[in-house]
Design a protein around this ligand. Structure first.
Ligand code: UD1
Length: 424
C-alpha cells in the first residue's frame, strides 16, 4: 500500500511511444458503490479502479454492515445494514461520502452524514442536495457537525438545481428511485458518469430517463434488485495521458476509452497544435515541438472539465504565447500554480483566472501535490521539464490514478516511486 511519505523522482522524458490502457472511472465507481445500498441483494461491479477513494467508500460500507469482496470484481451485499450514520473520520477523507445520504434515506428512511468541510479545491457545500431532499419530503437538520435526513417515505418532486451539480444530481437520482411518484430534476448535470449511474439503476429495476440531458425523470418503484454492471472508462485519466503526450512530444495511443467523452479535451489539444486521431475505443495523440497558446474556460459537461484544468495549464506553460484559463466550476483550484512557478512557469493569477505566458522550458524542482489533479499536472510538468523533479504528496495522486507511475514506466518514462528519505 502506498504510504504518506512516498514521493516520485521524475526525470524529463521526451519522445515516449506506446499504448496506455485506461482504468474504470473513479467518478462513476463512487456513486455506483453508494447506489448498491438501494438493494439488499448482491451487486457485482466490473472495472472498478483500485484507488484510495474506492477503498475509503468500501471501508464506510463495511462500517455500516455491508459484506464487501474486492478482487478482480467488486461484490457488495447490503442485507445486514445496522448503522445509518456515516463515520466522521472516514467521511472527512472523501467528499463523495455524501453520496450515501440519498440511498440511505430512500431505503431506510433515514441517513446521517457529517457536514462537508472546505477542501483543497475550494468551498464545496451540499445545499443543493439538501434542498432537493427537502422538496422530496425529507426532514433535514444540521446539528453538531452532522446532517440528518429523515422521512416516512420520500415522495416525487419537481427540483430545479441552481447549478448543474454532479453530486446533487446523483444523490437526488438515487433517492428518487424508491420514492413514491415521479421526480423531475431540471438543470441536472450531464456528465457521462451520470449516464452510467442511470444505466446501473435501471438494471436494478429503477425507472430513470434523461441522464445525459439537463432534465432527468425518475419514477419511483417499491424495490430494486442486485445486478452485475461494468463501469465506464475514466475520461479524466485518458485526458491526462493525452495532455502528457502533447507536453512531452510523445506519440501515445490511449486505449479502452469512449472518444465521445473526450471531445472537449481533443479540441483544445488540436488548437494547441498536437496531432489527434481516434477510433472506436482509442485516441492517439502526437505532440509537436511547437505548442500554441489556447484560451479555456472550465464548465460542466460537455464543456472543458475542471478536472483537466491543472493538467492543460501545465502544458500551456510551454506554449509560444500567452494563454488564459478561467476556472468556471470551483473557487480555489489553482494550488498547482505556485508549484509550477518553481519549475520556471510564468503564471499570473487574478481570482479565478490564470494568465499563462509560455516559457521555452521548465526546469526540474522539488514540488508538492496539494490535490489530486494538481498532482497529475505536476507529473506532466516533471516529464516535460529539463532535469529532475521530486514530487511529494503523491498520496493525492493515488486517490484517483491507478498505478500511474507503472503505466508511464511501461512507455519508457523515467518516473520512480521511492520511500521517505531515499535518494535518487
Ligand atoms: C464531482 C466530481 C469532481 C469534479 C466535479 C465537477 C465526483 C466524485 N467528483 O464533484 O471530480 O471536479 O464533479 O465536475 O464525481 N455546489 C454547490 N452546492 C451543492 C453542490 C455543489 O454550491 O450543493 C457547487 C460546488 O461548490 C462547486 C460546483 O457546485 O463549485 C460543482 O460541484 P459538483 O458538481 O457538485 O461537484 P462534486 O459532485 O462534488
Amino acid at each position: 500500500m502506498p504510504s504518506q511519505v512516498e514521493k516520485f523522482f521524475i526525470v524529463g522524458s521526451h519522445g515516449l511511444k506506446g499504448e496506455i490502457k485506461v482504468s474504470g472511472a473513479k467518478n462513476s465507481a463512487l456513486p455506483v458503490i453508494a447506489a448498491t445500498l438501494l438493494t439488499r441483494e448482491p451487486c457485482v461491479l466490473e472495472n472498478i479502479p483500485k484507488l484510495e477513494d474506492v477503498n475509503i467508500m468500501l471501508s464506510i460500507l463495511k462500517r455500516l454492515g455491508s459484506k464487501v469482496e474486492f478482487g478482480q470484481l467488486l461484490t457488495i451485499q447490503n442485507n445486514r445494514i445496522n448503522d445509518l450514520i456515516i463515520p466522521e473520520e472516514l467521511a472527512r477523507k472523501i467528499r463523495a461520502s455524501n453520496l450515501f445520504l440519498g440511498p440511505l434515506v430512500a431505503r431506510f428512511q433515514e441517513g446521517v452524514v457529517p457536514l462537508p468541510g472546505g477542501c483543497n479545491i475550494g468551498n464545496r457545500p451540499m445545499d443543493l442536495h439538501l434542498k432537493g431532499l427537502r422538496l422530496m419530503g425529507a426532514e433535514v437538520e444540521e446539528k453538531a457537525g452532522f446532517i440528518r435526513a429523515r422521512t416516512k417515505r420520500l415522495k416525487g418532486a419537481e427540483i430545479h438545481l441552481d447549478f448543474p451539480s454532479v453530486g446533487a444530481t446523483e444523490n437526488l437520482m438515487m433517492a428518487a428511485t424508491l420514492a413514491q411518484g415521479t421526480t423531475i430534476i431540471r438543470n441536472a448535470a450531464r456528465e457521462p458518469e451520470i449516464v452510467d449511474l442511470q444505466n446501473f439503476l435501471n438494471l436494478m429495476g429503477a425507472k430513470v430517463k434523461g441522464a445525459g440531458t439537463d432534465v432527468i425523470k425518475i419514477t419511483g418503484v417499491n424495490r430494486l434488485k442486485g445486478v452485475t454492471h461494468k463501469i465506464i472508462p475514466d475520461r479524466i485519466e485518458a485526458g491526462t495521458h493525452m495532455v502528457m503526450a502533447a507536453a512531452t512530444q510523445s506519440d501515445i495511443i490511449i486505449s479502452g476509452v469512449i472518444p465521445e467523452h473526450l471531445e472537449a479535451v481533443m479540441a483544445k489539444l488540436k488548437e494547441a497544435g498536437a496531432f489527434v486521431t481516434f477510433g472506436d475505443d482509442w485516441v492517439r495523440v502526437t505532440g509537436k515541438s511547437i505548442i500554441k497558446p489556447v484560451d479555456i474556460k472550465t464548465m460542466p459537461y460537455p464543456g472543458f472539465p475542471t478536472d483537466m484544468q491543472p493538467q492543460i495549464l501545465a502544458l500551456l506553460t510551454l506554449a509560444q504565447g500567452t494563454s488564459i484559463i478561467s476556472e468556471g466550476v470551483f473557487d480555489n483550484r489553482f494550488k498547482h500554480v505556485e508549484e509550477l512557478r518553481r519549475m520556471g512557469a510564468d503564471i499570473r493569477l487574478e481570482s479565478r483566472i490564470a494568465v499563462i505566458k509560455g516559457v521555452p522550458k521548465l526546469t526540474g524542482a522539488s514540488v508538492i501535490a496539494h490535490d489530486l489533479r494538481a498532482a497529475a499536472a505536476l507529473v506532466i510538468a516533471g516529464l516535460a521539464a529539463e532535469g529532475m523533479t521530486v514530487l511529494e504528496g503523491i498520496k493525492n495522486l493515488d486517490r484517483g490514478y491507478e498505478n500511474l507511475d507503472l503505466k508511464y514506466q511501461l512507455i519508457g518514462a523515467q518516473i520512480k516511486r521511492v520511500n521517505g528519505e531515499e535518494k535518487y
